[in-house]
Write a protein that binds this ligand. Structure first.
Ligand SMILES: [Zn+2]
Ligand SMILES: [Zn+2]
Length: 312
């Protein structure tokens, strides 16, 4: 279970080249010459997934547009609009947030394809993306932000086909014992060149083998969801329920000695979800001057009585 070793593997020039050509082949199904592709992934160092995606887009003769320094939500919307992007590669919640913003500001984006990476794209997120963009959603199985891409969406299912020439994925129970085919458990990935390096991804999924409807024989991962951090499973569920609303752009939920603390950034005008009783609750409309996705600044604490907030 060694992330450092996987990372070391990912940083080899050969591994990077292979990843770029693998991604370019996947992107070539929908990225055409001069198409702008918006890339919104947190880590932009050399060798990161963001960096390799840029190269893959260039191989398809597309134009990579990387969301960089200015991480405010409005800068994302402006960039997507001014670059006339036709596809976005992003963590699912950033892409979902962008779709809510375009509707809220009535700024038409023409995003036809969404590739999610860096975080499992759950069923409700896929539905939200399809509603928001009228797009074809795809997913990329990335390992953290190492630049390792262990699989890509099947064209027929919501599942992901493992890149089984290089990687092996096993589904195991809490004791680390492989579960029968099709059963849910934790995903463990290993690089075939060094099978003793096994990395537990902290995500759960089901694995299917045999011939897929799309014609591929590569193992198919279905129902990939965050797992392991069971202590926070209830918080994640609540966060999901809130963020599935168009009126909720962003939210964060934390535990304090007093109980749950909740902060919602809303897009005013819409109906708000019913909220649970929590120790502290901040609900405030998007401040376009300052608000960036919480994801980009997880250290920022929930604000105390900001002027614009309704604080209970
Ligand atoms: Zn292909
Ligand atoms: Zn398939």
């Amino acid at each position: 279970m060694d992330y450092a070793l996987l990372r070391e593997f990912a940083m080899r020039p050969r591994a990077q080249e292979e990843t770029v050509s693998y991604l370019a082949e996947k992107l070539s199904h929908f990225v055409r010459r001069m198409d702008s592709v918006l890339i919104c992934l947190p880590n932009q160092e050399p060798g990161s997934l963001s960096h390799l995606m840029e190269q893959a887009v260039l191989l398809c003769e597309g134009v990579p547009v990387t969301w960089g320094q200015d991480h405010r939500w409005v800068s994302l919307l402006r960039l997507a609009f001014s670059s006339r992007v036709s596809a976005i590669v992003s963590t699912p919640l950033i892409a979902l947030g962008l779709s809510k913003l375009q509707n809220y500001y009535s700024i038409p984006l023409f995003i036809r394809d969404v590739v999610t990476a860096g975080y499992p794209c759950e069923e409700w997120m896929i539905e939200g993306l399809c509603r928001g963009f009228d797009c074809h959603p795809r997913g990329c199985l990335s390992v953290g932000t190492t630049g390792i891409v262990a699989g890509f969406s099947c064209e027929k299912h919501h599942g992901v086909h493992i890149r089984d020439d290089l990687y092996q994925v096993e589904i195991v129970d809490e004791k680390g014992v492989p579960v029968p085919e099709g059963e849910a458990g934790e995903m463990v990935i290993s690089w075939k060149g060094r099978p003793e390096t096994r990395y537990a991804m902290g995500e759960n999924a089901r694995l299917f083998t045999g011939r897929c409807q799309c014609g591929s024989y590569a193992p198919l991962l279905m129902d990939i969801v965050p797992g392991r951090t069971e202590a926070d499973a209830d918080l994640r569920k609540l966060g999901n329920a809130l963020q599935s609303w168009n009126s909720v752009l962003d939210c964060r939920i934390g535990r304090s000695p007093h109980g749950l603390e909740l902060e919602l950034i809303t897009l005013p005008g819409g109906r708000l979800p019913e909220l649970p009783t929590v120790a502290k609750q901040v609900i405030r409309p998007l401040n376009p001057e300052t608000d960036a996705p919480f994801f980009y600044d997880p250290t920022q604490k929930i604000r105390k009585n900001p002027e614009t907030a309704i604080d209970f």
